[in-house]
Design a protein around this ligand. Structure first.
Ligand code: PLP
Length: 473
């Protein structure tokens, strides 16, 4: 047998239909069963086998999926999942993944429909956040890479495009972000060869927003010391508590100081879709570049990050190359420049755009905005309930959809173990963070399936566990 296609298709087709039915059954009963359960050793051991010499039947592999994989999923599709900042996916997204896989397009470039679909979603993303529709961009794994692309583009645009062949050398480029900025921003500086020390972390105010006066002072100090300030990173929705930096003021200062203004809007950018929350993000559309994740609040299945750059020429100047084996033609399959590979480090890339396009087109910005507002309302409900509980404290103001709180009577070790117990109970899965150095339970309501009822169940469980830990129940 030469190729890899089946000789007889009927069995595989029947199995495919069964898989799809099972996937729908699961989607329709997403809230049943535990949010998460630990994987038993037997199932872990199932994935410690040697490279198979001989193949197995697809049906047998599907049975292994049902036994060893599906029950031990990450849990983020379940209403009880509020940990970290993760999207819950949608049925339409699931179908889009299947369709994209059926085409198996390579979206590095060339002249085919997937490239036009990606351009469409990039234009939609730009419109959503208030950037011009002419902005360039591409879909990437996530905001970690999108922020990295932002840092690279900004550093090349800082009048130092020689960096591309000469390296960063003694460029003395320095950038700025709030202390509470996501760790991937400092890693982007590290990966870019600028060094993470070149990202100056600026203090935040009581509302966890970057302190603009401190930022301005630091820029002036750096300039006086011979550094080259090139980039201000504002966060729209901080990862620990959802705070939003004063984007408008940062945009003003960036212009004044001739710095690039990048916004990390990984999840928060989606607040632009809700009339209630959008005003909190005033200034976001003034960004020179922006990172956002369709796989978080956009509910598109993993993975689907996105980077946008206001000026396509500067974006391409940071990544495009001239290579004989990737010549752009005026017609034929090698046409249709510029290609996505001109806007990021990836050459071969999948058809992520289909699931983004189908999700946005299916729900429309109206329904997506309502979903965002309702996540914020569920977060508000949790915050109100916590504030009404005398033995609990809210640890940070609730700006969007993240609530940090703790039972006051527990020490850190007890709180840490309470969260693990909660995960293992299968009732709910929040995560933890530190707010001003103090350990807190962090519930991020990014999940469109989480309701007030889920919150009640979680609080009831936490309260019961707290009382048991104190030995009073
Ligand atoms: C999640 C997140 C990131 C990282 O994005 P990934 O998609 O996980 O790579 C960056 N910044 C913020 C604010 C985030 O919430």
């Amino acid at each position: 047998m030469a190729g890899l296609d089946p000789e007889i298709w009927d069995d595989l087709r029947a199995l495919g239909h069964r898989m799809l039915d099972d996937a729908f059954d699961r989607a329709m009963t997403m809230g049943e069963g535990p949010v998460w359960q630990p994987m038993p050793q037997e199932s872990r051991d199932h994935f410690r086998q040697e490279l198979p010499r001989n193949g197995q039947d697809a049906g047998a592999l599907y049975e292994q999926f049902l036994t060893h994989i599906r029950p031990y999923a990450n849990g983020n599709t379940h209403p009880g999942f509020m940990g970290w900042v993760q999207g819950a996916g949608t049925p339409i997204g699931m179908l889009a993944e299947l369709l994209a896989a059926s085409l198996n397009d390579n979206c590095g470039g060339r002249d085919h429909a997937a490239i036009e679909v990606e351009r469409q979603v990039i234009a939609w993303a730009a419109e959503m956040v208030g950037l011009p529709r002419s902005a360039s961009g591409c879909l990437v794994t996530g905001s970690s890479l999108a922020n990295f692309i932002g840092v690279i583009t900004a550093s090349r645009a800082a009048g130092t495009s020689a960096i591309r062949h000469a390296g960063v050398g003694k460029s003395r480029l320095v950038g700025y972000a709030a202390q509470t900025a996501h760790g991937c921003v400092s890693r982007a500086f590290d990966l870019a060869g600028l060094g993470s020390d070149s990202l100056r972390l600026i203090p935040v105010d009581a509302a966890h927003r970057m302190d603009v006066a401190s930022l301005k002072r630091r820029i002036h100090e750096d300039r006086a010391a011979g550094y080259h300030p090139f980039l201000i990173v504002g966060t729209a929705g901080s990862v620990d508590c959802g705070a939003i930096d004063p984007l408008d003021l940062l945009a003003d200062l960036a212009r004044e100081e001739r710095c690039w203004f990048h916004v990390d809007g990984a999840f928060g950018a989606f607040a632009c879709l809700s009339a209630q929350q959008a005003p909190l993000l005033t200034g976001i559309g003034r960004a020179d570049s922006l990172a956002l994740d369709f796989h978080k609040w956009g509910q598109v299945p993993y993975d689907a990050g996105c980077v946008l750059v206001r000026d396509p020429a500067l974006h391409a100047a940071a990544f495009a190359q001239t290579l004989h084996y990737l010549t752009r033609a005026d017609r034929g399959l090698a046409g249709n420049a510029p290609w996505p590979c001109d806007f990021g480090p990836d050459l071969s890339r999948g058809f992520r755009a289909l699931k983004v396009w189908m999700t946005l087109a299916h729900y429309g910005t109206g329904r997506m905005g309502e979903m965002v507002a309702s996540c914020c309302a569920v977060a508000r409900y949790l915050a109100d309930r916590v504030e009404a509980m005398p033995d609990y404290a809210l640890m940070a103001p609730v700006t969007l959809n993240i609530v940090c709180f703790r039972p006051l009577a527990l020490d850190e070790a007890a709180l840490d173990s309470l969260v693990k117990d909660l995960h293992e109970s299968g009732i709910a899965a929040p995560s933890t963070t530190r707010i001003d150095g103090v350990l807190a339970i962090r519930a991020a309501i990014v999940n469109h399936r989480t309701t007030r009822r889920t919150i009640d169940l979680m609080l009831e469980a936490i309260d019961g566990m707290t009382l048991r830990a104190l030995g009073t129940a």
